[in-house]
Design a protein around this ligand. Sequence first.
Ligand code: PEP
Ligand code: CO
Length: 479
Amino acid sequence: MANWSPNSWTTKPITQDVVYEDAQGVKDALDKLHKLPPLVTTQEINNLKNSLRNVALGKAFVLQGGDCAELFDYCNQDMIEAKVKLLLQMSLILIWGRKMNPVSLKQFNILTFYSGANKPVIRIARIAGQFAKPRSSPTEVIGGVEMPSFRGDNINGFAADAESRRPDPSRLVSAYFHSAATLNYLRASLSSGLADLHSPLDWGLGHVITPAIREQYAQIVKAVKDALKFMKTVGIDKDRGVETADIYTSHEGLSLEYEQSLTRLLRHPAHASTETTGEMGSGFYATSGHFIWIGDRTRQLDGAHVEFFRGIANPIGIKVGPSMQGDELVRLLDVVNPAKEIGKVTLISRYGAKKIANFLPGHIAAVQASGHIPVWQCDPMHGNTQATPSGVKTRHFTDILEELRQALEIHRAAGSFLGGMHLELTGEAVTECVGGAAGLTEDGLGERYTTFCDPRLNEKQALELAFLVAGFYRQESEE
Ligand code: PEP
Ligand code: CO
């Protein structure tokens, strides 16, 4: 890669920069991070890249979700398990949506879901590193006092006092260890059978859902069980894949100091094709997570974030909002993916339900004309944030669903594929988004509003959304 190194971004203009007073502290933190082992391996990263290639080609769907701002405190057994279960349940529901015929469910879906190859639903969590947050203003006024805004647990503290809000470089190292502990438990629980679909009813769903959803879910579970029985009969249920399901990790690659320190020149996995890896035998991998993305506020063509991202071998995301121009989008793709690798880039569109029809068709047309084949993912959260009359940040379930519905239709009309959805959600019973079958109202938001950044779907709302989106796909295959 010409004129690129893990720190070449430092020569470019940067937005959302963090100014540390303690230069020696930053150096010590980065030196420490540089010596620590990668959090994820090239093999895993390339597996995800290959799966995303299938998504780009319309052969699979990607479900990405998790907190807006992950906190170090979320690194505990209950919260990790709740999130993992929710993503697994949602992906099971989405698989049901993509193939409605029970025969194909038995003979195709279940096998591919568990076989570790050609998975129809790829799961990526916003977890084990989703700490850093871009902010609209570097400072805020709390109780009449102006102080730095909260930038995420890896940068400063949430407590509203100037001392806690001072950027602390040791938090970068702490971010690594919290990511490592979260990832360790994620891997351990998956390999110990948390995702064991021989007993999907044990996924702790019963108490969360409404009777109508419970019944639909029970039907899906029955289909899964029948398929597993079938697999047992023909002797193919001993595969490791039957017991586990992969979940990849992701976060916004906002803190470039952190990302740079965990970027390593590593050998490509032996099986990787030259198409996905280029000519050389090694590449620079961001090893902080499997998938990282550039936010809507940091995607300037000549900026530091794009410079960093153009050099890494990982699959990457780019948020695409209403201010993106069609030609700008194509130039961005040319810069970060000059070889036009299929599925290397995931375009995460986030316009809002009222704006998507004005922007998505033009963006799809520009990308189609360029010859790039990205994954198109819809983030129906970030364009639909609004404040209640009393100033509480929320999102309406109907807007979220509407943006997804339109995304699906617009892609279909353009001969393109909606490859996935990108959600802010939590396995907890929070009250942050309005609507859904349980009828959460603006008045009810105060009950359990615990987000440190944007409002998330709670477990019920997330499952319901998965059912409704699965329903769109079923409708599509019936037409
Ligand atoms: C986010 O995904 O939390 C986020 C900040 O999104 P965007 O960059 O699209 O605003
Ligand atoms: Co957010």
